[in-house]
Design a protein around this ligand. Structure first.
Ligand code: SER
Length: 878
């Protein structure tokens, strides 16, 4: 069965059991500060388990793109070494939100595996939770009894908390789970050793394929468990592993999920991958296999993350993506001998293979390809640079053990991977002080962990089960009640409180627009709201303190000046988006947006610089629509398909509900939850301030509207006035500036001529001052020239005389500089080294410098040291 068909069978089966089939959520999470990536099928449903939102069906099934590369579930370092872990994988899942529980979940998983897919029952093992008395969770008798209907007791493993109690993070919904494992070994192997003993023992052919989690608890901040108000089911089946089982393979990489990618790598590198049934391979072949697995695994993670809107970068989720890609690049570099970008060439294969089910990868193939190619090129340059630095480290190492802290510097500053450092050192006969490296690494981790430490208290609930309503599209002020509060203590921000209200006019950060600020007012207190954010469908109002009395009624008042300024920038962003697509082309897609009161920032896909003329066109396009006084047409709750049919713009990597809000100004129509002006005339004027590149194929525009434009023009006018005044108020300012420039150029030329004359004069004077010391023509002197002229002079005098040693010093801008020329014959015969001399003598002027053995220069801070330097040179030569 092809992987495509396996996926479909799963979805069809659960549809037939009354499940609603939903698409995969984007791989990158937008409104969950506790999680960067979707790391399991259930992540997109967290708000349902937490009771913060109501699902559109109590039974849902899907396949979810997951990434386990950070936080509690992190498989990154295993990937490549084994044949069944991945960075990105698909998780097939079925859910019950307070609907069915253990019985149906277990019965259906058995039915699907053995009756629909017809997996061999004798290869299946299952596990149930053994219980944990210290937490008061009993042995899962119910699951055990349910399984006994289908399998013998000797196929049911009683697992511990680590294997059979599933938790998504340190806090939140969790519960006992029941895993299904499959034994893919040959009949002889199975006869010799029972699969039972190999379950959860890291055996590559006895692997977990499906986990059925029975969510019934919530893990609280103090580590204790409390019962959830309803019982839920969360199941997750590893799609790639299921394909392995059904396609009769013993490695995920031998299934049709990976073989097209592997073939492409073979074609590019000329190397061969050996499938899992080839044994007794050489050490080199083993390394080739590992590297190929790393590359074909990682390209999927990186490509889908980029397609979902996460570009590689230096912070947060972007950094994780960059690191995954770099891991692939260096495995290629070291073991596949790929010194040029090549991973980007796999994107086409991936798009053809998965584009039908995941259209985002097909639609963004160009962008993904370009971004990956550019990242590869730049990291390969870093590797090159790192190799040179490593040379320096080696040449300054005494003995054979290379300092671990220096290897750490290479790793930390240049991203030069430690295993590569170790490998190169070994090849050159050196050894890495690994303990020193580990120590430096640990110290840094401790520092950064301390900096990012956050402790979150449990919610204090004041009003049960109240779903808050957002009233901020119509109001900036409202009467509210507090429903829950909690304290969050972080190194970064100190102690802050999160306040949830029964209804709120505060807009939570989202869709690029920053969260509202404002106040929460009661009869005797005013609490400052610093920011508003959304988390798992709750709107969090962030404050430095809580009201004394949490009960009672408050007035929630948004700072409407700030909000109005943001709304102008938000509407201008929509108009500009349309302008860019109209003027540059429909390949332009939003890749990032920041809307705040001061300005707007917009990142979009486009492959070349936006020219000055195009910038002007974009400004004119937007300003025309501002002048046309287009009214806001807001449709708050229309079916998504209707909105799309009417031409609304939707973004990749954004999670939309069935019903959406559409924002229309003239021909511009976007799906958007943000705050907009009532009429484009309110924007007053739109002005682009900068345009530049942020990544390969991604441009960034910054622009301003409203009062910010007034300030901008006023500032420009002031600058012009200052210039005029400085130029003594000429009739024609432009002409005055040009004539200044002309005059300056003329003067420069004259100075050059004069200087040359002076140097020539000095040169003939100085040549007569050479002394002969022990066969060396020696000259040392302080001259009155600029640094660069002194340098030229030293070179000119030195080359005019055989066996010469010339040392000149001068002062420029009150700082001393020194230069040393030594004839090549002297360098060769006497082993003199100008670079070393300059470095040594530079100390006397509090300076440093260097160069080559025959010529070097230095610069210092202490003018008084020049005399000592010149004495020392003479002394040295004598
Ligand atoms: N959340 C569980 C897991 O990831 C089941 O989906 O294993």
């Amino acid at each position: 069965m092809k992987s495509q068909d396996i996926r479909k069978q799963f979805l069809d089966f659960f549809q037939s059991k009354g499940h609603l089939i939903v698409p995969s959520a984007p791989i990158v999470l937008k409104d969950d500060p506790t999680l960067m990536f979707n790391n399991s099928g259930m992540a997109q449903f967290k708000e349902y388990f937490l009771g913060n939102a109501v699902p559109k069906s109590t039974r849902i099934a899907d396949t979810q793109k997951c990434l386990r590369v950070s936080g509690k579930h992190n498989d990154l370092e295993d990937v490549g070494f084994d044949t069944y872990h991945h960075t990105m994988f698909e998780m097939l899942g079925n859910w019950s939100f307070g609907d069915y529980f253990k019985k149906e979940a277990i019965n259906w998983s058995w039915e699907f595996l053995t009756e629909v897919l017809k997996l061999d029952k004798d290869r299946i093992y299952v596990s149930v939770f053994e219980g944990n008395p210290s937490e008061n969770v009993p042995f899962d008798q119910e699951a055990f009894d349910l399984w006994k209907q289908f399998v013998n007791e000797d196929r049911i493993i009683k697992g511990n908390k680590k294997d059979n109690f599933w938790e998504m993070g340190d806090q939140g919904p969790c519960g006992p789970c029941s895993e299904i494992h499959i034994d893919l070994r040959s009949d002889e192997e199975r006869a010799a050793v029972s699969g039972f003993s190999l379950v959860n023992a890291d055996h590559p052919q006895v692997v977990e394929i499906w986990n059925n989690v029975f969510m019934e608890f919530n893990r609280k901040a103090d580590g204790s468990l409390e019962k959830l108000p309803a019982q839920h089911v969360d199941t997750g089946m590893g799609f790639e592993r299921l394909c392995m089982a059904l396609q009769g393979k013993t490695s995920n990489y031998d299934t049709d999920v990976f073989t097209p990618l592997i073939e492409k790598v073979e074609e590019i590198t000329g190397l061969k991958y050996t499938s899992d049934d080839v044994h007794d391979i050489s050490e080199t072949q083993n390394k080739t296999n590992i590297a190929i697995r790393v590359v074909v695994d990682h390209v999927r993670a990186v490509a889908f993350a980029i397609a979902d809107g996460q570009l590689p970068s230096n912070t947060g989720a972007g950094y994780v993506i960059r690191r995954i890609l770099r891991r692939a690049i260096r495995y290629g570099f070291t073991f596949l001998d790929t010194k040029e970008p090549f991973i980007y060439k796999l994107v086409e294969v991936l798009a053809n293979q998965m584009g039908e089910f995941f259209p985002e990868i097909k639609a963004q193939q160009n962008l993904v390809t370009n971004v990956i190619r550019e990242e590869e090129a730049s990291f390969l340059r870093t590797l090159d640079q790192g190799l040179q630095l490593l040379d320096n480290v080696i040449s300054s190492t005494e003995g054979k053990l290379v300092d671990g802290t220096r290897a750490f510097e290479l790793y930390d500053t240049f991203g030069f991977p430690i295993d590569l450092t170790a490998l190169i050192l070994r090849e050159r006969g050196y050894e890495l002080d690994e303990a020193g490296f580990e120590k430096a690494m640990l110290e840094q981790k401790t520092r950064s962990r301390a900096a990012s430490e956050v402790s979150t208290d449990d919610w204090k609930i004041l009003v049960q089960g109240n779903t808050e309503t957002f009233v901020g599209y119509d109001q900036t002020e409202n009467e509210v009640k507090i429903t829950r509060v909690r304290k969050v203590d972080s190194k970064k921000d100190g102690v802050l409180y999160q306040i949830v209200l029964d209804n709120t006019p505060f807009y939570p950060e989202g869709g690029g627009q920053v969260g509202d600020k404002g106040t929460l007012i009661s009869a005797n207190e005013t609490i400052e709201i610093l920011d508003t954010k959304k988390e798992n469908n709750l709107i969090l109002h962030i404050a430095k303190s809580l009201p004394e009395n949490l009960e009672g009624t408050f007035t929630a008042r948004v700072n409407s000046n700030l909000r109005t300024a943001s709304s102008k920038n938000h509407t201008a962003t929509h108009l500009m988006h349309l302008a860019l697509r109209t003027i540059l082309g429909t390949h332009v897609e939003q890749k990032g947006s920041l809307v705040n009161p001061n300005n707007l920032r917009f990142d979009f896909s486009h492959f070349s610089k936006v020219s000055d003329e195009q910038i002007k066109e974009v400004e004119d396009f937007v300003n025309e629509r501002i002048q046309q006084q287009l009214p806001l047409v807001e449709r708050r709750n229309i079916p998504i398909q209707q909105a799309l049919d009417e031409g609304a713009m939707a973004l990749f990597g954004e999670k939309y509900g069935d019903n959406v809000r559409a924002i229309k100004f003239g021909e511009s129509m976007e799906l958007c939850g943000g705050i907009h002006v009532e009429n484009t005339a309110n924007i007053w004027y739109f002005k682009i301030i900068s345009e530049g590149a942020v990544a390969a194929g991604i441009r960034r525009i910054e622009a301003i509207t409203g009062d910010a434009v007034k300030d901008y023009f006023a500032k420009q006018e002031n600058t012009l006035a200052d210039i005029k005044e400085t130029l003594k108020n000429p009739q024609d300012t432009m002409k005055a500036v040009v004539s200044l420039q002309d005059e300056n150029a003329k003067l420069k030329k004259q100075v050059e001529v004069l200087l040359r004359d002076k140097i020539d004069g000095l040169k003939s004077d100085l040549v007569s001052e050479f002394q002969e010391i022990d066969g060396i023509h020696f000259l040392s002197k302080q001259v009155n020239l600029s640094m660069s002229a002194t340098k030229d002079l030293a070179m000119a005098i030195g080359t005019s005389m055989p066996n010469s040693f010339v040392f000149l010093a001068s002062i420029e801008d009150n700082l001393p500089n020194i230069h040393c020329y030594i004839s090549k014959e002297l360098v060769a015969e006497k082993g003199l080294n100008a670079g070393a001399i300059i470095r040594e003598l530079g100390k006397l002027i509090d300076g440093n410098g260097g160069g080559q053995p025959f010529f070097a220069s230095g610069k210092g801070k202490n003018v008084d040291g020049i005399t000592a330097v010149l004495n020392q040179v003479l002394h040295y030569i004598k």
